[in-house]
Design a protein around this ligand. Structure first.
Ligand SMILES: [Zn+2]
Length: 76
């Protein structure tokens, strides 16, 4: 998959990339949508509610660490 330059993504443990959106509300929705795929066994080996919670935390942690990359894209 080709990624446009400057595009920041977070990577789920299933290998899927989720595009980082600067809007926290939209980003939260994108994560929920992806975690939902796991809960419905549409992604990965399927997972329990506990594992889904863990997946979500991992994704959110990546949003926080990568979020700063977006912030540094202002031209100086
Ligand atoms: Zn996944």
């Amino acid at each position: 998959m080709k990624k446009p330059k400057g595009m920041v993504t977070i990577v789920c443990e299933c290998g899927d990339e989720i595009l980082l959106i600067p809007d926290p509300k939209e980003m939260g929705k994108a994560i929920e949508d992806h975690v939902d795929l796991h809960l419905q066994n549409l992604k990965g080996p399927g997972c329990s509610a506990e594992e889904a919670k863990c997946l979500r935390n991992v994704l959110i942690a990546q949003v926080f660490s990568k979020g700063s990359e977006i912030g540094t894209e202002n031209h100086e």
